[in-house]
Design a protein around this ligand. Structure first.
Ligand SMILES: Nc1ncnc2c1ncn2[C@@H]1O[C@H](COP(=O)(O)OP(=O)(O)OP(=O)(O)O)[C@@H](O)[C@H]1O
Length: 308
């Protein structure tokens, strides 16, 4: 388990991480999601003792990371896949890691196999690795000591679609076996499919957290598109049922569940031709919650403003 409590990091007068509190539970994949510069990397660096916090604390399995005698056996870390000796081969990097952790050399082959790096690729120097290969090696390095906690910063970066699916299955399996996974991303779709829990961060502050359903429900995203054979009659039926409806194309966007709309239509003898979930979804929620922290907010919503 990772427990982050009131974590704050300032640089001069700038606050990069602002009173961040959350828990990543064993058996779950927790996604740490936020736009560029939101404070994800800084938070993760503090977790593993690379950056001191200005305030607050992080406990991993009840301990401060720096107090762990053989940290690689407890916590697998991938912060920057390029932050290894560029002149070493992939195999050498894993071998050094295995020796430091007191693991048998056979573990290196197991890991290379697990991340699908071939014998030939493992013999290449890191400086000649593609970004995706570096990520695979970084994941192998994080998993080397069979730790119970994984902290991964943008692990999907540079992976192709098949690689992303592979990583998703790997991390889900790891969590299913009781591991704690915290992974960051600035891309919602990468996190959405893999994370059981999501922590949304913007400008150093947590703006929302919970599982997908909770996040959507908390933010009142119940919205249904409804259309009927007789548009006016449907409008009257919705109004009489006290449902909030806004005209949208041939039908209405209604702030109500499909069952309530169906009932209203039935009561007034209106034939429905379309009834579907029109909730904005997590993407919109993510952009909305972090809107004042998105540097491209104006350009994205106001193309003319962007051109001006
Ligand atoms: N050593 C430092 N000195 C000054 N500012 C820093 C330092 N390290 C990080 N920052 C600032 O803190 C903010 C958060 O950066 P961080 O790298 O944690 O963001 P991030 O969420 O990981 O972003 P990205 O998705 O772009 O990787 C940024 O504005 C960054 O410039």
């Amino acid at each position: 388990m990772i427990e982050v409590n009131g974590l704050t990091r300032t640089y001069g007068r700038f606050t990069a991480v602002d009173d961040v509190t959350f828990t990543a539970q064993p058996g779950r994949v927790t996604g740490f999601l936020g736009p560029n510069g939101a404070g994800k990397t800084t938070t993760m660096r503090i977790m593993v003792g690379l950056t001191p916090p200005s305030r607050g604390s992080v406990r991993i399995g009840g301990h401060d990371y720096r107090d762990l005698p053989n940290p690689g056996r407890r916590v697998g870390v991938l912060l920057d896949a390029s932050a290894q000796h560029a002149g070493r081969t992939g195999r050498e990097i894993l071998t050094v890691g295995a020796r430091t952790m007191g693991l048998p050399a056979s573990r290196v082959d197991e890991m290379l196999q697990m991340v699908s790096l071939t014998e030939q690729e493992a013999g290449r120097r890191l400086r000649n690795y593609s970004l995706g290969m570096k990520q695979r090696l970084g994941i192998a390095h994080a998993l080397l000591g069979d730790p119970e906690v994984l902290i991964l910063d943008e692990p999907a970066n540079g992976l192709d679609p098949a690689g992303i699916r592979w990583m998703r299955d790997l991390l889900k399996g790891y969590a299913r076996r009781g591991g704690t996974v915290l992974l960051s991303s600035h891309l919602l779709h990468e996190v959405e499919l893999i994370a059981d829990e999501m922590i949304l961060i913007g400008r150093g502050r947590i703006v929302a957290q919970g599982d997908k359903q909770t996040l959507l429900a908390q933010n009142g995203s119940v919205s249904t598109y409804a259309a009927g054979l007789d548009r006016d009659a449907l409008g009257v039926a919705l109004q009489r049922a006290g449902l909030e409806a806004a005209p949208d194309g041939e039908g209405f966007r209604v702030t109500a569940a499909a069952a309530d709309i169906g009932r209203a239509a039935l009561e007034h003898g209106v034939v429905l031709t379309e009834l579907r979930n029109a909730a904005a979804g997590l993407e919109d929620l993510f952009l909305e919650l972090t809107s004042d922290t998105q540097r491209d907010a104006v350009a994205a919503h106001d193309p003319q403003g962007a051109a001006a």
